[in-house]
Design a protein around this ligand. Structure first.
Ligand code: SF4
Length: 901
């Protein structure tokens, strides 16, 4: 590209065609004040503060929207320019209220900052007051449009960054203002309260509710959102040892990721009054607060006793994908070195294990292969078994942006209508659990119509012949008979996917939380390989991860069969390496997976369980059985932030510190290692998980020899491939396209040199339909909560927005059953029954119900029996057959009343 040279404030500088004067000035370190500009939004020249003067023509021009032309002579601060800027600011102030002392924006107000820089105090222009505040009932955002300067940053953020399109200009002239359709309160719109508009608003027109008037904070912490596997960067603002604000973090490379409502307004679970502040010990049936020393001694003594009496494999350790890498690393080392067992696993088993098992067989590596910023390069995106608008909003922003602004086509495969349905070219709605039949049919069409990438299949894969044999059965018509999706739609989706130059597959728990999850992942990998998208830059597969460190926990060896860095525990050479590093003999047999641990506890073979950050009573299927199994243990220790349903059963409960009260790192779904940093002191006497693990090891006189937390990080650098150098304190995350993480992924992709087709047959993961259970129940998260809601339900604003559970019923089904919104119904399966209020919806097809797994008062997992995937040991917890009946005020079903004498 030919450089374009201009004179800027008397100095020759060069840019390129299409570059704005403002961008070149910024690159040349010449500051031009702006209010409406942000480098991540399109430029609109709304505020005009960035005017500059072309000395040749004498023209004043908005530098953000004026492209360079050769030979320009630009002055950014001539007396004429400065005088005009002052008038602009004074005009803005003339219609701005004198509310600075009580405005939540405080010293962060850019209008006030710029007025101060220009020595503008009172304006001599006639005052023109703006319209009054709109009253909002939502718990997150308040608008005071009397402070709006019409910069349109909120509108552009909503349309361009999060692609919701809720806001636009409403009315014209003096009456113009940013508003949603009909100028309703935000809660009456499609707004997801992601907070991006609030973060970008330069004045106090948009402010965060809940902690208003907290003034300017001096302490800010660059850290990582603790909720989902996207791992968005956040800046936490701190005052008097309290978190008072969370805004998107501008990344090391100037990147900017809009947050979702959880990242912006969900951080205050940290200050919940429910936080555990002291160790609790159950003595003779009574729970008593104890000192750390007493509690730790009790834990160490019981671990020693049970280990000596029944052997190390009578103890199991269950961690959480919410723990940091360092904590996961220490926890698995504790299990293996101090206890002497490979019985170590975490909640990942429920939703991530199928990806590990499936992809390692098909592709030779065990994680999704794409960075998020490559997704936009896909001309076709297939989303299956996931609603990223709720579970991984940062991914949904990229998908929506790709569709709306880059021309990507979206194939959505989901029984429910979600927000992505509006963006989909094709929306297939298969019956829950029938994905393998559908995916095999898509593959059959691709092979039959010769749409495959022959070169890739021939040169880079094997076992193609076996695949085609199995696919023969799966005609679109046959798949239609199983899935309920019309064969024409299947053919159209196959053609669209295979016709792409680069196609990505994004999938989630809707695929993996079945006893057939591993086979479904293999079927997806077959599609990606058939079309040669495996290994293409804008193609491949992305497995969404539910928790903040789902991927890191796996890397750290929180698995019963793998040591850190995916070294199999049966591999004597790998074991030898860790034995030398840790100075112990390691157990040689793979341990029990999470659900197997519970089953063995029920049988009396596991006597003691150490649970860190997980709540299996709520999150595992078969809640009754889980509760009974845990209650039957000789000793249960739970380490958590809150007294969870599981913690209530424990003999010892140890209070853990939150993400904001400790240092460490999370690895997100892409493989980026993001740092978390301590911003406040732990509440009460709570301690970081890593410290508690070391405390217990110390009491057990173990050979752990860390004198500082940094020593743990150093050991991870040394022993886990891909984590080399991650402790570099000057960087907030490690790994991007050009960095170490990319290398790690690429290395992993060619581990075996070629990919292998894995033919899979469809089998229903739902137990054969019993005549009396005509509905299929789906479970999952409900926006804005995540998982079982341990943290989000204790974040006051998130909880206020979505306070209680429900069962979603299709309106036609509701009519047949004579149900109205709010009616109480009993939902029963062969495993159990629960009661929930009805919410009528057309987002769910007839014959299907949906219950979120977030609310303890509606324990949906009671409806599931435990059926394990033989490959990944994942239990089915996504769908089951149920019946639904109206109940009376006492929770009695109509049928029960009728059968009474
Ligand atoms: Fe946090 Fe995930 Fe939302 Fe990002 S998308 S802010 S990581 S919950």
């Amino acid at each position: 590209m030919q450089p374009i040279t201009i004179t800027l404030n008397g100095r020759e500088v060069s840019g390129y065609a299409g570059m704005s004067i403002l961008a070149l000035a910024s690159e040349s370190r010449v500051r031009i004040p702006t209010l409406c500009h942000d480098e991540h939004l399109s430029s609109v020249g709304a505020c005009r503060l960035c005017i500059v003067e072309d000395e040749k023509s004498g023209a004043l021009m908005a530098s953000c929207v004026t492209p360079l032309t050769p030979g320009m002579v630009i002055n950014t601060c001539s007396p004429r320019v400065v005088a005009h800027r002052k008038v602009i600011v004074q005009l803005m102030l003339a219609s701005h209220p004198d509310a600075c002392p009580v405005c939540d924006k405080g010293n962060r107000c850019q209008l006030r900052q710029i007025a101060g820089e220009m020595d503008i105090s009172l304006t001599e222009f006639q005052r023109i007051p703006q319209p009054a505040t709109i009253q909002e009932l939502n718990p997150f955002i308040e608008r005071d449009l009397s402070k709006c300067i019409l910069c349109a940053k909120c509108i552009r953020a909503c349309q361009e960054l999060v692609v919701e399109g809720v806001l636009d200009y409403f009315q014209r002239g003096f009456k113009a203002k940013p508003a949603n359709i009909g100028d309703l309160p935000l809660e009456g719109s499609e707004c997801t309260f992601c907070g991006t508009c609030v973060a970008l608003c330069p004045t106090g027109a948009l402010i965060e509710k809940g902690w208003m008037y907290k003034g300017t904070t001096k302490t800010t912490i660059q850290t990582t959102c603790p909720y989902c596997g996207c791992g968005c960067g956040i800046e936490l603002q701190v005052k008097n040892n309290r978190l008072v604000r969370s805004i998107p973090r501008r990344g090391d490379a100037g990147d900017y990721n809009p947050l979702c409502v959880r990242g912006s307004y969900g951080y205050d679970f940290v200050h919940s009054p429910d936080r555990l502040t002291k160790p609790l010990v159950k003595m003779n049936g009574n729970v008593e607060e104890k000192s750390w020393d007493e509690a730790l001694k009790k834990v160490a003594a019981e671990f020693e006793r049970i280990k000596n009496e029944y052997g190390p494999d009578s103890i199991a350790v269950l961690g959480s994908a919410r723990c940091t890498n360092e904590e996961s690393y220490l926890l698995q080392r504790f299990a293996r070195c101090v206890i002497g067992t490979n019985n170590v696993d975490d909640g990942n088993r429920l939703y991530n294990a199928a990806t590990l098992a499936g992809l390692s067989v098909s592709l030779g590596f065990s994680d999704s292969s794409r960075f998020l910023n490559t997704l936009e390069k896909s001309d076709v995106i297939m989303v299956i078994g996931a609603d990223p608008t709720s579970s991984a909003p940062a991914v949904s922003y990229v998908i929506k942006h790709a569709v709306k602004y880059k021309g990507s086509r979206l194939i959505l495969i989901d029984p429910r209508r979600t927000k992505l349905s509006l963006f989909a070219d094709i929306h297939l709605q298969p019956m829950p659990g029938t994905d393998i039949a559908l995916l095999n049919a898509l593959a059959q069409v691709i092979v039959r119509e010769n749409l495959l990438d022959k070169e890739f299949v021939t040169r880079r894969t094997d076992n193609f012949g076996s695949l085609t044999e199995v696919l023969e059965l799966y005609s679109p018509k046959y798949a239609e008979s199983i899935t309920g999706v019309q064969s024409e739609q299947i053919v159209a989706a196959a053609r669209l996917y295979a016709g792409a130059r680069q196609a990505s597959i994004v999938y989630g728990n809707g695929i993996t939380q079945y006893s057939t999850g591993t086979d479904a992942v293999k079927a997806l990998a077959n599609l990606s390989m058939l079309t040669g998208n495996t290994g293409r830059k804008g193609g491949g597969m992305i497995a969404l991860q539910r928790e903040s460190n789902s991927r890191g926990a796996v890397d750290m060896g929180m698995l019963p069969d793998f040591l850190p860095g995916f070294h199999n525990v049966t591999d004597a050479k790998a074991r030898g390496k860790f034995e030398a590093l840790w100075g112990v003999n390691l157990p040689t047999r793979p341990g029990l997976t999470a659900v197997e641990v519970i089953e063995q506890a029920k049988l009396g073979k596991i006597k003691c369980l150490y649970i860190v950050g997980e709540d299996p009573v709520l999150s595992f299927p078969g809640s009754h059985m889980v509760r009974d199994a845990l209650a039957s243990l000789e000793f249960l220790v739970v380490q958590d932030l809150f007294l969870t349903e599981t913690a209530k059963l424990a003999t010892v409960v140890l209070p853990a510190a939150s993400f904001a009260e400790k240092d460490g790192s999370f690895t997100n779904f892409e493989g980026k290692i993001n740092k978390i940093r301590k911003g406040i002191k732990p509440v009460g006497e709570s301690r970081p998980d890593w410290e508690i693990i070391l405390n217990i090891a110390d009491k057990m006189k173990s050979s752990f020899s860390y004198s500082r937390f940094e020593d743990v990080m150093g050991e991870i650098e040394e022993s886990v491939p891909g984590y080399e150098g991650y402790t570099d304190s000057s960087r907030l995350y490690q790994a991007n396209d050009s960095e170490a993480g990319a290398g790690r992924m690429q290395r992993a992709q060619v581990l075996r040199g070629f990919a292998r087709f894995s033919p899979v047959e469809y089998q229903s993961p739902l137990k054969v339909k019993h005549k009396g259970y005509p509905f299929v129940l789906l479970t999952g998260s409900v926006f804005p909560h995540i998982g079982t809601g341990t943290r989000s339900s204790r974040a006051p604003r998130l909880s206020k927005f979505s306070p209680s559970g429900f069962v979603e019923v299709n309106s036609a089904d509701a009519k047949k059953l004579a149900l109205n919104d709010g009616d109480k119904v009993k939902i029963s399966s062969q495993a159990g029954e629960i009661i929930a209020p009805v919410r009528i919806s057309n987002n769910i097809p007839q014959g299907i119900l949906f219950i979120p797994s977030t609310f303890p008062e509606i324990p949906v997992n009671e409806l599931f029996e435990i059926t394990l995937d033989s490959q990944s040991k994942t239990p089915t917890s996504k769908a089951c057959h149920v019946k639904i009946e109206r109940t009376d005020a006492h929770g009695q079903a109509d049928s029960e009343r009728r059968s009474q004498p």
